[in-house]
Design a protein around this ligand. Structure first.
Ligand code: GLN
Length: 285
């Protein structure tokens, strides 16, 4: 039997099953427990266990399967997020390290990047409030290197992960432990950016999110608006004249968030790939 690891792994026990057949079995197991994309997830898990990418895996349907993949499959069967199992998630074309305690970067948050890039002038100072994995701050620094990017989070676990991502990807971002603007007394920025917690206490969530992702990054009171209210109340003190507040919003929250920011001017909105309004830009006047 041909070997798949080219000696990169000195020894790995293999299961008595070929890649193609394992993928069929794993897809069935994940489908039985309601995983939304069972075939894709099976491929990602097996490719990860073999230290290869998915296209290589699909081109090699008759390789022996490493036994280590079974543990990964069990975790996914229990609905642990795929990104936690493979310890990474793509965001805006780059790979970010993620793990328990850190919100997994979402594709819909990429609209915040394009929207913010359109607002940044040369040398602008930006603060990412509640940076999580650091995906927004790091991406913006790399896409717009002349900007001065700071980022904060209340979670130490998230800040550690964000620092790892910034270092790995070579982004010079200044990270601070802070509850919203608490550590930034007297400091002003040209852009305040945030993907804050916005899930309401009784909103429905998939098991991957509800049981595995950090509650602190998700929940914001009964109606999901608590953090928007705090930002609306305090952001002016930290905004340069003609600065902007850029916010991700939950699906269908546009009207409610605009109401929270009723003393602000809504400067722009942006939609995600499925046409839903997912980001708002406010200016002070
Ligand atoms: N977008 C996340 C979700 O759908 C929520 C993240 C957040 O609250 N900022 O679960």
């Amino acid at each position: 039997m041909r070997s798949w690891n080219d000696g990169r792994y000195p020894f790995q026990a293999v299961l008595g099953v070929l890649t193609r057949d394992w993928l069929d079995q794993a897809t069935r197991r994940l489908s039985d427990v309601g995983v939304p994309e069972p075939r894709l997830d099976s491929q990602v898990l097996l490719a990860h266990a073999m230290g290869r990418d998915r296209s290589w895996l699909l081109a090699h349907p008759e390789m022996p399967v490493p036994a280590s993949v079974e543990g990964l499959l069990l975790r996914r069967e229990r609905r642990e997020p795929l990104a936690y199992i493979v310890q990474s998630r793509e965001f805006y074309g780059r790979s970010f390290a993620v793990g328990p305690g850190v919100l997994v970067p979402r594709q819909e948050s990429e609209v915040l990047i394009d929207l913010t890039l359109g607002l940044l002038s040369k040398g602008a100072r930006l603060l990412d409030v509640g940076t999580g994995s650091g995906c927004l701050a790091v991406t913006l620094k790399l896409e717009s290197p002349e900007c001065d990017v700071s980022a904060c989070d209340l979670s130490i676990v998230a800040l550690d992960m964000a620092r790892v991502n910034a270092e790995r990807l070579g982004a010079n971002v200044s990270f601070t432990h802070s509850d919203l603007f608490a550590a930034y007394a007297g400091m002003k920025f040209d852009v305040l950016l945030s993907n804050p917690p916005y899930v309401g206490d009784s909103d429905e969530l998939p098991p991957e999110v509800r049981y595995f992702e950090p509650a602190q990054a998700l929940f914001a009171g009964k109606d999901g608006l608590d953090i928007y209210r705090k930002i609306a109340d305090t952001a002016r003190e930290h905004l340069e004249p003609r600065g902007f507040v850029v916010l991700e919003i939950g699906d269908g929250m546009g009207v409610a968030v605009k109401r929270v920011f009723s003393s602000w001017c809504c400067h722009a909105t942006a939609t995600d790939l499925s046409g839903r309004e997912r980001a708002l830009v406010f200016s002070a006047d």
